[in-house]
Design a protein around this ligand. Structure first.
Ligand code: ATR
Length: 284
């Protein structure tokens, strides 16, 4: 994509006001020399919104909650991996043909691979929603050995069955062993920063603790993991890589990943300055 014609990109979600995708994608597109707009849409009618991609000649769309699964029937083609996952987070308008992809799992895998080898390791994945699905799918693709831990055992079982991996009821958390603990739940996300999805006293048994939350960058889980001697990975890398993979699909060019990370990190740090953690959050 080297034309100087203005390209329109978008993100569809509901709610959408707090998405950092416009900030990150616009900065990247500018750096890549692509004249573009990236517009957040709070979608109320998904089918009509998808028709609008064609009607408005939007070049590419990021799909976020709650539409990642419900969008599938409205697309012309869906990539094999997105179909296996039952979730699309990226639409590419390829000359009027709407093609669906999923870059969430790849974002997760690429972020982890900056720090560790996935192959053969055991991963305790907390949660059984869409984010857990992306994480488990990615881990299996890379030869990892995930198992699922979730508050609602039925959901853990359903996800475990879908991917052929084990699951454990929450009552057994004192017995689980893994090289890596991964939080995929929203527990600890701003503004509920004082919450953690896992008891601190059990953290030290995991060499690595990963949180896919990136706001705040250092969740209570990661802070307590550091205090327990674990190595940690925050959610920024996953966010950056899933977005970079979207840009790659839309433009055919390699996006400036470290720069995208800097842009989002600086924004998050400026939010922290405006809204510092309360004293009581620190001591919990
Ligand atoms: P997403 O699709 O974004 O991953 P989701 O479908 O709402 O979001 O899934 C969130 C996951 O986090 C769920 O597995 C949920 O547990 P339940 O299956 O028991 O609902 C988990 N989760 C959310 N809030 C939680 C909490 N306060 N404590 C423990 N788990 C929680």
């Amino acid at each position: 994509m080297k034309s100087k014609e203005l390209k329109i990109f978008a993100v569809f979600g509901n709610p959408i006001a707090h998405s950092l995708s416009p900030l990150m994608h616009l900065a990247a597109l500018d750096r890549m020399g692509i004249p573009a707009r990236y517009v957040p849409f709070c979608v109320t009618d998904l089918q009509k919104a998808v028709e609008g991609i064609r009607g408005l000649n939007i070049a590419g769309v990021s799909i976020t909650l709650p539409f990642k699964s419900s969008i599938l029937p409205y697309l012309d083609e869906t990539d094999e991996k997105a179909r296996q996952m039952g979730a699309v987070n990226t639409v590419w308008n390829d000359q009027g043909v709407l093609k669906g992809y999923n870059t969430d799992w790849l974002g997760f895998v690429l972020s982890l691979k900056e720090h560790l080898d996935i192959q053969g390791k055991r991963f305790a994945v907390i949660g059984a929603g869409g984010a857990a699905r992306a994480a488990v799918f990615g881990l299996i693709q890379e030869g990892g050995r995930p198992f699922i831990l979730n508050r609602t055992p039925e959901k853990a079982q359903a996800l475990a069955q879908a991917f052929g991996c084990p699951f454990f009821p929450w009552s057994q958390i004192t017995e689980i062993e893994a090289e890596v603990l991964v939080n995929t739940t929203p527990v600890g996300m701003s503004p509920q920063r004082e919450a953690s999805p896992f008891p601190k006293e059990l953290l030290r048994r995991f060499p690595w603790v990963v949180d896919i939350i990136y706001n705040p960058l250092k969740t209570r889980l990661l802070r307590e993991a550091e205090e327990s001697g674990c190595r940690t990975i925050d959610g920024l890398g996953m966010f950056v890589h899933q977005g970079a993979e979207q840009l790659k699909i839309w433009t055919g060019m390699e996006p400036p990943r470290p720069f995208m990370g800097e842009v989002v990190r600086n924004h998050l740090l400026s939010l922290e300055e405006m809204n510092p953690p309360r004293e009581e959050d620190q001591t919990l």
